[in-house]
Design a protein around this ligand. Structure first.
Ligand SMILES: [Zn+2]
Ligand SMILES: [Zn+2]
Length: 187
């Protein structure tokens, strides 16, 4: 099964590489990097100076390669949905596309010294969380589970880059269904 990574101009090569390795290690997917997407003009809200996640997901879906089972957009720009001041990411529940913003994941964003290991850990958790939604997983009450809701960076730091037992079972079910649908008998 194929997961396409669709970067927006500005995301560092080293981070995309880190994400691809992580996805291939953690989920039964191979990854492929797509040519960077241009942000759709309608996605930028000049008053908030942020980008509308729903508009970006819609634009990304139009670029989705036919052979992709899942599509992950990665961007540096800050994301929002109208009812929230910001979001770390957004996904179609039990759907194809997810988007993650790196904007608020660096310690520097909180006035702290840079720490690459922490930054990487945070975006890997966010990626796994949003991809989890595309596999039909909803928010988990276990704050250590990667599917727990994160409204701030403390929530992200509390969780692990792993699914809890319950979410692991639900995920395995979904992945089995996807494998059957895509005609893959072994992985
Ligand atoms: Zn979520
Ligand atoms: Zn869970």
């Amino acid at each position: 099964m194929l997961l396409c990574i669709l970067p927006v101009e500005g995301v560092q090569e080293v981070d995309l590489y880190e994400m691809e390795r992580f996805v291939e290690k953690t989920l039964p997917f191979r990854t492929r990097r797509e040519v960077a997407m241009l942000l759709p003009p309608g996605a930028h809200d000049p008053k908030r100076d942020q980008y509308d996640g729903t508009v970006i997901l819609r634009a990304a879906l139009e670029l989705c390669p036919a052979d992709a089972s899942r599509l992950l957009v990665v961007m540096e720009q800050d994301l929002f949905i109208p009812m929230l001041t910001f979001i770390f990411g957004q996904a179609q529940l039990d759907g194809t596309a997810a988007v993650v913003s790196l904007n608020r994941l660096r310690p520097e964003s909180y006035g702290l010294p840079p720490r690459r290991d922490l930054f990487v850990e945070r975006y890997l958790k966010e990626i796994l969380h949003e991809l989890g939604h595309t596999f039909g997983l909803t928010h988990c009450p276990d704050p250590r589970c990667v599917m727990s809701l994160s409204v701030n960076i403390i929530n992200i730091d509390q969780k692990r880059a792993q699914f809890c037992g319950n979410c692991t079972v639900r995920l395995a079910d979904k992945l089995n269904t996807l494998r059957r649908e895509s005609g893959v008998t072994e992985e």
